[in-house]
Design a protein around this ligand. Structure first.
Ligand SMILES: CC(C)(COP(=O)(O)OP(=O)(O)OC[C@H]1O[C@@H](n2cnc3c(N)ncnc32)[C@H](O)[C@@H]1OP(=O)(O)O)[C@@H](O)C(=O)NCCC(=O)NCCS
Length: 287
């Protein structure tokens, strides 16, 4: 894709536009090295914008309800791997050797020891990071809890007041730049050890039971009506579990995984069974 294919709209859902210089660097990315100080400065400033939350890689457009991806932001991240050299770093007795530094600013965020976030990820005030991992380009909205051993992959977009329960794996996506990341919308719950990958979307207020697997091609059924719903999406304000549907193959009948929408919730309805004690979230920050 050429520079001219990239549209960066001011006031887009993805926030402030990143500098056009990113596209010029992208066009000559194969010649970039860690010695390119000017390139280094441009890329660092762009990823700083993602880190602070002024800009983001993707967001749901409130008008169209589509996920909008800022390809320039993705390019900035990919370029970071070219212009940043391997640097040693340390945390207590641990030693590391990596291109990307760790995140340094956590305004209003509670970061429990063992939590790791890479520079270029954004956590809004009121986020609680239990010992978990957040990769570059990810966005985590206000009041969200990222529970123990949960991983938030590169560029994944997690909304406000979400609970990613223990061991949840939210997939990351960097290439191609146009690829839509995983989006978990506001007020959603993702049960323990669930896996949400490949640009799958957990819509507002959806509650996924423990152990759900949701990929772009996962088929979704409504248990009440039997209707098949859009693939790779947990419907808004619903309770869903991982299930199987039977399918005939030449070799026999087999159960294939699917997502089953067990029931619907009213918009804004909380689900007491999944509520976490406010004390766990609270750290004196109004969100
Ligand atoms: C899905 C869940 C929210 C329960 O929702 P619910 O609407 O109260 O559903 P029920 O408990 O009535 O279960 C309905 C059916 O789904 C099944 N079911 C429940 N949870 C399931 C799951 N995670 N996967 C597959 N099936 C599940 C039940 O066995 C039951 O089947 P049955 O009717 O044949 O007996 C709950 O089971 C769950 O998975 N909670 C997440 C727990 C978690 O991850 N906590 C975080 C800790 S950090």
């Amino acid at each position: 894709m050429r520079m001219s294919d990239v549209t960066v709209v001011p006031n887009a859902p993805t926030g402030a536009p990143l500098p056009a210089a990113i596209d010029e660097l992208w066009d000559r990315r194969d010649t970039l090295t860690t010695d390119d100080r000017a390139g280094h400065a441009v890329v660092t400033a762009a990823v700083d914008q993602l880190d602070s939350g002024v800009s983001r890689v993707a967001a749901v457009d409130p008008v169209t309800d589509e996920v909008v991806v800022d390809q320039r932001a993705k390019r900035a991240i990919l370029l970071a791997f070219r212009v940043l050299g391997l640097e040693p770093s340390e945390a207590g007795p641990f030693r590391y050797h990596d291109r990307l530094p760790l995140k340094r600013t956590f305004d209003g965020v509670r970061v429990v020891p063992g939590a790791i976030a890479r520079w270029g990820s954004h956590h809004a005030p009121g986020v609680v990071l239990m010992p978990s991992y957040t990769n570059i380009g990810a966005w985590v909205g206000a009041g969200t809890m990222v529970d123990t051993w949960a991983t938030v992959g590169s560029c994944a977009q997690i909304g406000r007041n979400v609970h990613l329960a223990g061991g949840v794996g939210i997939g990351g996506v960097l290439e191609p730049a146009s690829a839509v990341p995983v989006v978990v919308e506001d007020e959603a719950f993702v049960g323990s050890r669930s896996i949400v990958v490949e640009g799958a979307r957990v819509r507002r207020g959806a509650k996924l039971g423990a152990g759900v697997i949701l990929t772009a091609s996962t088929r979704v059924f409504d248990a009440e009506t039997g209707a098949e719903l859009p693939r790779g999406q947990a419907p808004a304000w619903s309770v869903c579990v991982g299930a199987t549907r039977s399918r005939s193959f030449p070799g026999g009948e087999f159960g294939m995984p699917c997502l089953l929408v067990l029931r619907r919730l009213a918009e804004g309805q909380t689900f007491d069974r999944l509520a976490i004690d406010e004390l766990f979230r609270t750290h004196g920050v109004a969100t």
